[in-house]
Design a protein around this ligand. Structure first.
Ligand code: T4K
Length: 408
């Protein structure tokens, strides 16, 4: 194999044209951040000593208490993943208005936001987002609200708080429950409060690819005592005591080892946040003069987890350029992602439904957005090399071949 190439000067230097890849080891979006091995081993020893592996164990209780304290919210119900968490909240709140099946939500989100509601027998109604922040647009929500609306779902996309105050006003005026999919927003602030206590409930993801993870996992947060109790029962098959089943439930429980991972990683949150913010600023610096690609600018990066580095390929470049850039990056061992492509409204089972909806901003973003690697597995000099490579790719956008299959 030819040696790694640190700069690309000719087309033949590109890995997609036979050159050496920029990086020897793959750079991933969503490479898990890890805690101290020794700490997790010690926790595992205690789990073995306890012989208590799941079902409301001591690590889970401690983890939930710590999350409540950290997020400044009355209740935290840890779950096995955010998708089940969303399903539980949708079921608990989405049926308060019988006969209504529609939940308004952005189409520019991970498909789980929509699937969880569909899974509960509802029907997602997709709304557009704003081009600057990629967040649910309240005016589009207002235009689509009607007597069939059961729920309003905001998504704190890329960790940015969505337009919470306006969505709260819209939901309150119509007496519709408001839920936030906060999968990206753990530890982030809206004003002086952390995300977690807004709307009727919020749902976090602690999936391996999130900056804070519990292997798989998530948490529902709420200030509503009755809702929290209902969710705790729901999480455990509907049991409200031994031999007492008080409602329909599921298995949404978080295991002890996941709660232990969460506790260990909470001790390292400052380090993880610092790394992400440094990477964010390094990316901003490297890409400030990069014709053809602009990075999403966060309003207050010092108050956000900065876990996604989001680029937008210029609309002036030929159609398909984003896809060709992503393919070329994969060949260089940079596994950039096209989140969120396709938009939910163009994915099954929603795409085949009529009438087709026009969501111009979403459609445009889905064609142009790419997400770049960050987190503790990415080093500052790699960001510089990556920026040089992307600049070269953009300069030669017209020469790039059609997307090739790099083993995806
Ligand atoms: N709502 C929103 C807005 C979300 O973004 C998500 C999830 C959810 C709800 C649902 O949350 P959970 O039910 O998952 O708790 C990934 C994640 O699986 C998903 O959690 C996340 N959002 C979504 C944005 O990204 P994929 O299909 O892209 O995952 P995958 O396997 O391709 O992994 C992404 C990259 O991370 C890969 O390049 C490889 C790398 N990776 C992944 C894993 C699992 C690693 O290096 N190590 C690992 O262990 O969805």
């Amino acid at each position: 194999m030819p040696p790694m190439s640190s700069t690309k000067q000719r087309l033949s230097d590109l890995a997609c044209f036979g050159g050496a890849p920029l990086f020897e080891a793959k750079l991933y979006v969503g490479r898990p951040n890890l805690c101290s091995r020794d700490k997790l081993h010690a926790a595992l020893d205690r789990i073995f000593d306890n012989r208590w592996l799941t079902n409301d164990g001591p690590f889970l209780q401690q983890f939930e208490a710590r999350l409540q304290d950290y997020l400044g919210v009355r209740h935290c119900v840890a779950v096995c993943n955010a998708t089940i968490g969303l399903q539980m909240v949708y079921r608990a709140l989405g049926r308060s208005r019988p006969g209504r099946r529609n939940a308004l939500m952005p189409a520019f989100t991970f498909i789980a936001t929509a699937h969880a509601w569909e899974w509960e027998g509802g029907q997602p109604v997709f709304c557009d987002v704003d081009p600057r922040h990629h967040l649910l647009a309240p005016d589009d929500v207002e235009a689509r609200l009607n007597d069939e609306t059961a729920l309003l779902v905001g998504v704190h996309t890329w960790g940015q708080p969505c337009r919470i105050d306006e969505l709260e006003a819209l939901a309150a005026a119509r007496h519709i429950p408001l839920i936030f999919d906060s999968a990206h927003a753990f530890s982030n602030f809206h004003g002086s409060r952390r995300i977690g206590g807004f709307g009727h409930a919020e749902v976090f993801s602690f999936h391996a690819t999130k900056f804070f993870n519990t292997f798989e996992g998530g948490a529902i947060t709420t200030n509503d005592d009755a809702l929290a109790e209902e969710l705790r029962h729901m999480r455990n098959f509907g049991f409200s005591g031994y031999d007492r089943i008080s409602r329909l439930g599921t298995n949404g429980k978080m295991q002890e080892i996941s709660a232990a991972m969460g506790l260990c990683l909470m001790d390292e949150l400052d380090r993880l946040l610092e790394t992400n913010r440094q990477n964010y600023h390094a990316y901003q610096k490297e890409f400030q003069d990069c014709p053809g690609l602009s990075l999403l600018q966060l309003d207050h990066p010092e108050r956000l987890n900065c876990q996604y580095i989001v680029g937008e390929v210029s609309a002036d470049l030929p159609p398909g350029t984003r896809d060709r850039i992503v393919d070329a990056l994969w060949a260089e061992n940079v596994l950039a992602r096209k989140y969120f492509h396709p938009g939910c409204h163009r994915a099954e089972p929603y795409a085949g439904r009529t009438p087709p909806i026009a969501l111009p901003v979403t459609d445009d973003l889905c064609r142009r957005v790419l997400v770049l690697p960050t987190g503790t597995a990415v080093q500052p000099d790699q960001i510089r090399q990556l920026a040089d490579c992307i600049r070269f790719l953009l300069e030669h956008a017209h020469d790039l071949q059609h997307p090739q299959d790099h083993g995806r």
